[in-house]
Design a protein around this ligand. Structure first.
Ligand code: FES
Length: 117
């Protein structure tokens, strides 16, 4: 069974192949959403984008859904919507990763990607 590590929370959990990442995080009590999205979100329908996470290996997760690609596909394969992601193998997950749009995406601020999340 795959092992998922939530990096910020320093929590590790074992789960069956195909487990939904959002459901796993919520079941483990992991803070998946930043306030106020923890109160108001689309409950896993790929509409709000607030369950966005960064994973260490895109091959260890299911392929992005069409809705997910439309929402955050431009960010690259490591950025996923937890509600649309199924765990296939061992995975490291960073919840609420740094936002990569607007002026933060300018090459001037590339150094910020090396900062701890
Ligand atoms: S919970 Fe809204 S997009 Fe995942």
């Amino acid at each position: 069974m795959p092992i998922v590590r939530f990096v910020k929370q320093d929590q590790t959990v074992e789960c069956p192949v195909g487990t939904n990442l959002r459901e796993l995080a919520l079941k483990q009590g992991v803070d998946l959403y930043a306030f106020p999205a923890n109160l108001i979100n689309c409950r896993g329908r790929a509409l709000c984008g607030t369950c966005r996470v960064k994973i260490d290996d895109e091959r260890a997760a299911s392929a992005p859904t069409a809705a997910e690609k439309a929402k955050i596909g431009w960010e690259g394969p490591q950025y996923r919507l937890a509600c649309q992601t199924k765990v296939l193998a061992d995975l490291e997950v960073i919840t609420n990763p740094r936002v990569r749009y607007g002026w933060l995406n300018h090459p001037t601020y590339k150094w910020m990607e090396d900062l701890p999340h």
